[in-house]
Write a protein that binds this ligand. Sequence first.
Ligand code: DON
Length: 561
Amino acid sequence: MIKNIKTLSSFLCVLIFTSSYVFAEPKQAAIASAHPLATQAGIDILRQGGNAFDAAAAITASLAVVEPYSSGLGGGAFWLVHRSSDKKQTMIDGREKAPMRSTHDMYLDKAGNVVKGLSLNGPMAAGIPGVPAGIEHLVKNYGRLSLKQVLAPAIKQAQEGFAVTERYQKLMGYRKEVIKQYPDAAQIFLNKYDVPAIGALIVQKDLANTLITLANNGRKGFYQGPVAKQLVSSVRENGGIWEPGDLEKYQIIEREPIVVNYNGIKVTSASPPSSGGIVMGQALNILEQFNLEKLDSITRKHIVIEAMRRSYRDRAAYLGDPDFIDIPVDRLLDKNYAGGLALTINSERATPSSELSNIATIDQIGTDTTHFSVVDPEGNRVSATLSINLPFGSGFVAKGTGVLLNNEMDDFSVKPLTANAYGLVGDHANAIAPGKRPLSSMTPTFLETDDRIAVLGTPGGSRIISMVLLGVLDFAEGNAPKSWVSLPRYHHQYLPDQVQYEQGGLSDLEQTALKDKGHVLKEKNRRYGNMQAIMIWKKKDLFFAASDPRGEGSAEVFYYP
Ligand code: DON
């Protein structure tokens, strides 16, 4: 008997209600993902005897089908993994790589100006995908089931179709004009060049066949052979620069996660080429110097904003692909370094970012990507953030493959000190080079104390790191996942020098007080983020799961025999 439970109260009711029926030790697991069909795919795989890693591969593949605006076979991901048998923790890096024919100035015109849209739209914007290789890596190295079993739910969903929702419509609204330029994408995702109606079925026969080839042949089914040939020729016909060797040579890399200790909480998070773990870790180290819980809400927010400002500044200066540059990780995460930065915070006044540096930038909103969290009965867990960058990625589908390509190349610093779609700036450390991975903000995270374990993460571009940071602070206060995913959100990323906040993110009083301290405030015209979180209360072996109320996801704690 399976019971789906979302809150503690219903959890307890179900326990009481079902206790007389449970005769064997039931297994307890939890999944939170951005789409109910993906959560279901994970549940199905656990019920078939799979572990959290099999479920993670199944959820990844399912999200590639049912959330085409967020992630996909044409994109990249970081899977943070904890294996309970030997306590191994690793980050599976399936980030996209720049094609070998990429050049430092590939998005600039002869005068050295950025060619608008080139790093965002169409095949020139696409890095070499890592998700198909990541799926195989998870199953082969950590799973218990076969690739065929694990990919079956996604294949079925691609063949049978999924229903268009409000979120689909909204995100398609941002990208319709680009997708219209690419008939193979328009045919799948639009209805005669219009946004499809709610409830309309999106059937992806070509994508189902690509998934079947992956299921039958493993990574070779995608990176070599007919699918690879089709990907390269379609990209080339449409002005892109991919070569067969780009796909053939793509490699997953296992990297040591970033680990910091914040007031007794072990925080494990993404390492470079994501900036997530280092930026969040540095901010936490700064915040450890203050007794946040004793501060009034205004001073507290001011201090958190100042910590964000300083750690995002170092992101711009130092972070990039560790296979190409030396990153001073130890120094950036040194408690004394954080102590020094904390001393530069004035509790009465905002520090202008220009006092830290004087780089000019622009602000834009852009959005999509996805996150899921999964824990199985043995305590294996995966926190994964997956992306094709902007909604519907580059808008380009390679003919005959159903694979929608990412526009992750825009995460590079395409021109020194020029903002990308998220307003982030960078320089040499994140410059384009052949085979390099663009710097990410994705922050899949585990938290652990003596009595609690948490698995969390979210999409949201540059704001991912600050959202997870706020979640960690809420966990530190003893709150549960439902609170972390619903928290009002605010953010500072060094440049632009402004406190961004979602609707309702700051009260009127807080807004006035922060302005008085010298902050420039910028309300976003919508709420942002789509956090998926799980917590285990070890002592009572209680699982909690929550999906961000801003999204359409589903979080399930369930028992199975
Ligand atoms: O890797 C990154 O940081 C970005 N490509 C993530 C994009 C994203 O989260 C968009 N979401 N709302």
